[in-house]
Design a protein around this ligand. Structure first.
Ligand SMILES: [Zn+2]
Length: 217
């Protein structure tokens, strides 16, 4: 597992990165620790055209049909200076209640792609239950492909391509996946960055895996 802040290797039993001091508690201190409701595609940066979104919804539907326990979600937005894309991906997969077609999808079977178009960075965060399916080489290749599309401003291609690639990877492993539905409980309250907080079971669902600093155009 990699630290979402400094990319140092962190053992799974560690709660704090010994290299930089990062911890989920630190993220909670400025993002909160309540559940937030999210659409599968959150385009806070308004990067996607209508036809991009429609095409992506079809790709995400195909993904969810192929893998009834998994989901793929995307957040596009300009992040504050104290937050990087891998950290937000980590937090979203731990605190996001994603609006998928089935309520039984668990975040530890989730994949979140966070893109910051202003900083020109992107990160893929994988849930615990599926991270073993993705080798470091696979992740590197996915991030290179995403980076090449993002540099051309092709946000839809970057997202759609990565979702399709994730399907190919998971298909090889799908028959080994356990299926244990678990209900999540949601509630009220308010938050910053336009996300509706929810309350529910608190269980770490993710480890960050890779971050791509894409070169500036
Ligand atoms: Zn660190």
């Amino acid at each position: 597992m990699k630290c979402p802040r400094c990319q140092a290797n962190v053992r799974s039993e560690q709660t704090t990165c010994s290299a930089c001091g990062f911890s989920a508690t630190l993220l909670h201190s400025y993002l909160g620790n309540q559940w937030v409701r999210l659409e599968r595609i959150t385009d806070a940066a308004h990067c996607l055209r209508l036809e991009d979104t429609r095409r992506l919804e079809i790709i995400l539907d195909d993904f969810e049909r192929s893998f009834p326990q998994a989901f793929f979600a995307i957040y596009l937005g300009a992040l504050p200076n104290n937050l990087n894309v891998a950290e937000l991906g980590f937090w979203l997969l731990n605190q996001g209640a994603f609006n998928t077609h089935s309520v039984n999808r668990r975040n530890d079977f989730g994949i979140v792609l966070v893109v910051d178009p202003s900083a020109q960075t992107a990160a893929i965060t994988l849930g615990y239950a599926i991270e073993h399916c993705f080798t470091p080489k696979t992740i590197t290749q996915m991030m290179q492909t995403i980076g090449s599309h993002l540099r051309k401003g092709a946000f839809g291609m970057a997202i759609g391509g990565s979702c399709i690639r994730a399907s190919e990877v998971l298909r090889k492993h799908a028959r080994y996946m356990p299926w244990q539905p678990e209900a999540s409980v949601m509630a009220e309250s308010s938050a910053d960055i336009g996300l509706q907080p929810l309350r529910g079971w608190q269980r770490p669902a993710t480890r960050p895996l890779a971050e791509l600093p894409a070169p500036r155009i």
